[in-house]
Design a protein around this ligand. Structure first.
Ligand SMILES: Cc1cc2nc3c(=O)[nH]c(=O)nc-3n(C[C@H](O)[C@H](O)[C@H](O)COP(=O)(O)OP(=O)(O)OC[C@H]3O[C@@H](n4cnc5c(N)ncnc54)[C@H](O)[C@@H]3O)c2cc1C
Length: 313
């Protein structure tokens, strides 16, 4: 049982963890690696005080190392759902977090999962969620062990999940723009993306994908650019599947904890970074504009001080 579980290991989550350790709290960050954080793509972050000219990745790894040195625990995983639990004497609330690799319990929760954690839902995703659509093969894979499934590879863990499904005996289609070099030989690879999920009253029956040729033509000697790009045109393809695993780096906020109040797609918080749920705080891009590192770091600190106050009370 952690004092504080933080979902998201960007600037907001890391800042919250550093202050949590300074307040002697047991804290866990659940997140993907720094290299997968959107900020890691930035070649220059020039407006964060004290570190002019830093790359986004340098900023993230420096913050990560500081949080690690302070004693923060890290779980490299995706938080999939949060269930508030009540019990004990006197009555206490804790939170059970299901992740892609483990279950975690904490007495309070900070959501710091950035602005685009869940991505835009695909056609059919919401409709068939729980009826063929899942966000975690480790959790739901057994239900599909002798079926045909599609894995939408949108995060680093997707390849492992595809291998896991192949080991269970499922027929596996793996769809991703960038195919990983090492995939179980039984997995059928499709370079492209998932477009839509279709089905009937019982659940998923088909997935529509846009598939590109396995290898794009490369090199100046290979025709002109127009012919090359024509060759790379995606083709729409329908695959008969019973299960679709959509493996993004994050989960839509309303799926993670459905009773959280949102406003315009962002989490609703007060000045102390409290959400509408007792014991749940939020910080960073997920609470709204400006979407900037300095704001995320500041909010992370306010959120954790509010969590510490909540735990003390
Ligand atoms: C290319 C680029 C350049 C930028 N340049 C600047 C700049 O120059 N200056 C500036 O101030 N800001 C810049 N930003 C914005 C800055 O990156 C964000 O404001 C900042 O990173 C927000 O921090 P955060 O901690 O709130 O969220 P994030 O940094 O987005 O971190 C959240 C992390 O949580 C993970 N996550 C989400 N859901 C889950 C889940 N369910 N389970 C586990 N993990 C989850 C996400 O994948 C992500 O890694 C830039 C952003 C980009 C994309």
């Amino acid at each position: 049982m952690y004092d504080i579980a933080i979902i998201g290991g960007g600037p907001a989550g890391l800042s919250a963890a550093i202050t949590a350790r300074a307040r002697n709290k047991e804290v866990l960050i659940i997140s993907n690696p720094a290299e997968e954080n959107p900020l890691a793509a930035s070649k220059l972050v020039d407006n964060y005080p004290g570190m002019p000219g830093a790359t986004g990745l340098h900023l993230l790894t420096t913050m990560h190392a500081q949080a690690h040195r302070a004693g923060t625990k890290f779980l490299q995983a995706r938080a999939i759902s949060v269930v508030p639990m009540s019990g004990g004497e006197p009555l206490q609330t804790s939170f059970s977090v299901t992740t892609s690799s483990d279950y975690v319990e904490a007495r309070s929760l900070i959501i710091a999962c950035g602005a685009a954690s869940g991505g835009k839902p695909l056609k059919g995703e919401r409709e068939y969620l729980g009826r063929g659509v899942s966000y975690c093969a480790t959790c739901d894979g057994m239900l599909y062990r002798s079926s045909t499934v599609l894995i939408a590879g949108l995060s680093h863990e997707a390849a492992d999940e595809a291998d896991f499904m192949a080991e269970l005996g499922a027929t596996v289609h793996y769809v991703a723009e960038d195919l990983p070099p090492s995939l179980d030989a039984r997995v059928q690879r499709h370079r492209g993306r998932l477009l839509a999920i279709e089905g009937d009253s019982l659940g998923v029956t088909h997935a529509r994908i846009a598939e590109r040729p396995a290898e794009s033509p490369r090199g100046p000697e290979l025709e002109n650019k127009t012919t090359a790009s024509l060759r790379d045109e995606p083709k729409e393809l329908e695959l008969a599947v019973h299960g679709v695993f959509i493996l993004r780096p994050g989960i839509a906020l309303t799926t993670l904890l459905p009773s959280l109040a949102t406003d315009g797609g962002y989490l609703k918080v007060d000045a102390q970074m409290r959400t509408n749920l007792e014991g749940v705080f939020a910080a960073g891009d997920c609470t709204g504009r400006p979407l900037q590192v300095a704001k995320a770091v500041g909010e992370g600190q306010v959120a954790v001080l509010s969590a510490v106050e909540y735990l003390r009370a």
